[in-house]
Design a protein around this ligand. Sequence first.
Ligand code: 3HC
Length: 307
Amino acid sequence: EFAEGQARFEETIAADQRVEPRDWMPEAYRATLVRQIAQHAHSEIIGMQPEGEWITRAPSLRRKAILWAKVQDEAGHGLYLYGAAETLGADRAELTRALVEGRQKYSSIFNYPTLTFADVGVIGWLVDGAAICNQVPLCRTSYGPYARAMVRVCKEESFHQRQGFELLWTMMRGTRAQRAMVREAVDRWWWPTLMMFGPPDAASPNSARSMAWRVKRHSNDELRQRFVDMTVPQAERLGVTLPDERLRWNPERGHYDFGAPDFAELARVIAGDGPCNAERVRRRAAAHEEGAWVRAAARAHAARRGE
Ligand code: 3HC
């Protein structure tokens, strides 16, 4: 049974096919998928906070409607991903407890503050742009439910990135103060966005196995490089200078050379020592508490209908 299952699993991965919930899979494959999908889902839900703070302060009804739609999308992305984790036997309530108790992680990027409305544009342009670099390959990840969740997420993510760029484009053609706000926000978010792709490949304990199982299709450094190559021309178009004197096109490599992110900062933020970690987890816990009555009502309603 085990040997047969193992052989079938390896054939599926080698043939670049999808592993489905009912298929036999190594326990370690299941565990690393629950780890990554749960973290991805937590990131989407926590990611609602930084931008959510600006919904009531958006400068126009149009900007408010766009931001509202984006934050709502992030909630949906979280729900698709918790659903994908449940196909592996994970329990959604337990995943939320693990997040609130600090036993599971969420993306480092959401531990930075959103100080002006330009941050909303920079998050859309840079953070969602980075998310697209990371999530498009995940549409081909070996676990079926995760890959299928990514297809829909990526469609919505391109709206997120475009609306962010359009907001910055408008501000860069606005007043001197608006241009200064954009430049200041880009300076704050550039390096934390590069850190979002994870530690360098040489310091990435999960990569080798995740790549062998085709969970991860490209390494952390490859995707970071792809993001820089995609973003530098956009920054030039926008008229902003990225805060890295080492950034320059390298014709031999056919890529941009760039400076090294501060991976010690990444490790500190992952360990809980970022600017907003405590606030983000506290608010997530409070939202869960405040929502207890909704869950109780849904259970009572389901019980009355005999579901
Ligand atoms: N933030 C928090 N933790 C991070 C991290 C980051 N930016 N980068 C790495 N880590 C953690 C890893 O989770 C791992 O810890 P663990 O073993 O306890 O889980 C450790 O640091 C070592 O990193 P590895 O490179 O070995 O880990 P992975 O192989 O899992 O690679 C990853 C990390 C590239 C983030 C990968 O997990 C991944 O691709 N995840 C799915 C995509 C995702 O989560 N994106 C993040 C944000 S979602 C988003 O952007 C929403 C959008 O709408 C804005």
